[in-house]
Design a protein around this ligand. Structure first.
Ligand code: GLY
Ligand code: MN
Ligand code: MN
Length: 467
């Protein structure tokens, strides 16, 4: 059986590890936990396997049963794991030997798993935050620590070096991200061409998977395919599409090297938007374009977010749902009635890249700490952008009846919200437009095949599809 993902060159992995060793100050052992199979409802019924992204970045191999380390004192780089037993080969088929597959990523020293504990004993062990319960259990035994100690004693200096290295994408990573975004773009075009009244959301959710699987890749996260686009992470697919609905699709493919794509399109089930749908869609689209036009190295993503919020409010004031000065409305947080989340996030081997390290180390830095205010607390990325960063831009308008009710009862934002008009449209739903970009030396470049995003272009696709 061949490896399930494509590998970059051997040199790529060796160079990544050399750079890491150069940047890390200190001694001891860097530990890279590989992911294991994870059970769904009984031991041998597994979730689809996905390797840990940091393990993939430095050691490439998308197989369970592996852990790796870099010894900062001796310079040794070791993959621990066992060749398959004959029993395992009977059930799973053969797999490249530990020696053969490790050589492909430049590791010549492989050792049985049972030797790992002895290697680490009496050593200072640095590990990244642990997000799988199986790994917490494994580390308690490997390091003789309590659950709480394992949970708390990850290495911040290790996180910072890895986060800085993984954040800047190399040309070969960008090719892979481009592949992911192009397949993602095909997914969305296919949905826009196939959706029609009477279909169930799950028929289109299954189409998301089909477009990816037909190209022998996975999806990068569970798709959102919903006529209730105001529910931010809605994974329910049981509604029937009707004329007058807006369908919000947020979906992405994972490339053959396991990099993510993440795009959203919102379109009418009818051939055209209704008047209000078009007005609000165009507001989101203007905000999307304004944020994209301002993307460049050095700009803080927080400032882009606030710019996108201001453009949203300007549009909502024109439509009449908001009132007052847009700048003041954003300063007061009134826009969070409609835009409760952030403008975007970093993307790479994870759709929310490196979120397992904690946003404080990925989206923020020593100069900029994350706000705890409603809205801004959901902005995953705030810090200044650097060439090679890959980010999403995904403004939206989400009309949430419960939030309107709560704010109205509390008397919040009376100066900025036209409650009578908003309440008339409390069942409006949600709109999001999302694309993926790499920051270049003087601006930004769209990843993947460009896909219609203006209301006119979306309507052209819908009219052609339904004619
Ligand atoms: N797909 C989740 C997001 O857009 O962040
Ligand atoms: Mn996203
Ligand atoms: Mn998304």
């Amino acid at each position: 059986m061949e490896n399930k993902n494509q590998l970059f060159s051997t040199e790529t992995y060796s160079k990544r590890r050399s750079l890491l060793k150069k940047k890390i100050i200190g001694s001891g052992v860097l530990l890279f936990l590989g992911n294991q199979e994870s059970s769904i409802n009984f031991k041998d019924n597994w979730y689809p396997y996905r390797q840990d992204s940091t393990f993939l970045y430095y050691f490439g191999l998308n197989f369970p049963g592996l852990h790796a380390l870099i010894d900062l004192d001796s310079g040794e780089e070791i993959i621990f794991g066992d060749d398959l037993t004959i029993d395992e080969i009977v059930w799973k088929g053969p797999q490249p030997s530990m020696t053969a597959m490790s050589a492909k990523v430049g590791i010549l020293d492989t050792r049985p798993l049972e030797k790992m504990k002895a290697y680490l004993s009496q050593r200072e062990v640095h590990y990244l935050p642990v997000y799988r319960p199986e790994h917490v259990v494994f580390l308690t035994s490997l390091l003789d620590r309590s659950y709480t100690e394992v949970d708390l004693e990850y290495s911040v200096s290790f996180i910072k070096v890895v986060a800085a290295q993984r954040a800047v994408k190399s040309p070969e990573e960008l090719l892979s991200l481009n592949e992911a975004a192009s397949i993602t773009s095909q997914i969305h075009l296919s949905l826009m061409q196939q959706a029609k009244a009477g279909m169930k959301e799950y028929e289109l959710a299954s189409r998301v998977r089909q477009v990816a699987h037909e190209q022998n890749v996975n999806i990068s996260f569970q798709p959102i395919v919903t006529i209730d686009g105001q529910i931010l992470h809605n994974h329910y697919y049981g509604n029937t599409l009707s004329g007058g609905d807006l369908l919000l699709c947020d979906a992405g493919a994972e490339s053959s090297h396991l990099y993510a794509g993440d795009m959203t399109r919102t379109f009418p089930v009818d051939p055209a938007f209704s008047t209000l749908q078009k007005e609000l869609y165009d507001v989101v689209h203007r905000s999307h374009l304004a944020a994209i036009a301002a993307l460049k190295p050095g700009i803080k993503f927080l400032d882009l977010h606030l710019l996108a919020c201001r453009v949203l409010v300007e549009g909502l004031v024109e439509v009449g749902i908001m009132k007052g000065q847009p700048q003041d409305a954003v300063a007061a947080g009134a826009h969070t009635m409609f835009f409760q989340c952030g403008l975007g996030h970093m993307m790479g081997l994870d759709v929310h890249d490196m979120e397992n390290f904690g946003e404080a180390y990925v989206g923020y830095d020593d100069q900029l700490k994350k706000s705890t205010a409603f809205g801004l607390k959901s902005l995953r990325l705030g810090k200044a952008l650097t060439p090679g960063y890959v980010v999403t831009i995904e403004p939206g308008i989400y009309v949430i009846p419960e939030l309107i009710k709560q704010h109205k009862e509390k008397g919040s934002y009376n100066d900025f919200i036209n409650y009578p008009l908003l309440e008339k449209h409390a069942d409006f739903g949600g709109i999001r437009i999302e694309d993926d970009f790499v920051i270049t030396t003087d601006g930004a470049q769209l990843l993947g095949t460009p896909l219609a995003s203006s209301s006119d272009d979306i309507e052209s696709i819908r009219k052609a599809a339904l004619s």
